[in-house]
Design a protein around this ligand. Structure first.
Ligand SMILES: Cc1cc2nc3c(=O)[nH]c(=O)nc-3n(C[C@H](O)[C@H](O)[C@H](O)COP(=O)(O)O)c2cc1C
Length: 189
């Protein structure tokens, strides 16, 4: 899959088949993440793969899903793995937020190419996750990415007047995106 196709095909997936992701594929995604740009090349980010069934099942309890709609994945729709993005507070803080977003996009585009669906997860119970994964005090949580094989139809919509996504009566998730002419300025405002 070329990059432009992956950019268009990547959507936040919130329903997954229960097929497990090979562990080496998850490690490959972390390899893509480590190659992302970082401010002054400080590389403050570290990653935890969560794919052991017991841990992955409990991890779900510390996540929140689909803030725009009153819906959450059922037990047989949940992700089968997560990659948690952390930063090392001992490393000089330059552009941690930007770095984590760029690393996450590498993970999500790489996953798309591999047929794996992903959803960035910022609404996390940090205390629960810290305890579950024994995260040391000098590592801080950026966010996590839920991963699994997609089991959801998603349609992009013209989002000029709408940013909330919605699910229709055929269970299709509609995701509005603003048109480029509303966002783009060329050589000035
Ligand atoms: C930093 C960040 C945090 C997010 N956190 C959550 C989350 O906690 N739960 C969730 O269901 N979706 C979460 N999302 C997914 C967004 O809702 C999603 O990106 C948006 O609806 C647009 O859909 P798209 O990713 O398919 O383009 C998050 C997205 C970003 C960028």
């Amino acid at each position: 899959m070329d990059v432009s196709k992956a950019i268009r095909a990547r959507r936040s997936i919130r329903k997954f088949t229960q097929r497990r992701i090979p562990h080496e594929d998850l490690e490959r995604l972390v390899d893509y993440a480590r190659l992302a740009p970082s401010g002054m090349n400080k590389q403050p980010l570290e990653y935890v793969i969560v794919d052991e069934e017991e841990v992955e099942r409990e991890f779900f309890n510390y996540t929140s899903w689909a803030g725009s709609v009153d819906w959450s994945p059922t037990e047989d729709e949940r992700p089968r793995a997560y990659i948690v993005i952390l930063y090392n507070t001992a490393v000089e803080r330059v552009t941690v937020e930007e770095d984590s977003g760029l690393a996450a996009e590498n993970i999500m585009l790489g996953a798309t190419e591999m047929g794996i669906g992903s959803c960035p997860l910022g609404a996390l119970d940090e205390d629960g996750i810290r305890k579950l994964l024994s995260i040391p005090d000098d590592r801080s949580l950026c966010f996590a990415i839920g991963l699994g094989y997609p089991d959801q139809s998603i349609q992009l919509e013209d989002g000029r007047d709408e940013t909330d996504y919605w699910i229709d009566d055929k269970d299709v998730l509609h995701v509005p995106k603003k048109p480029v002419e509303d966002l783009l300025h060329v050589n000035g405002w």
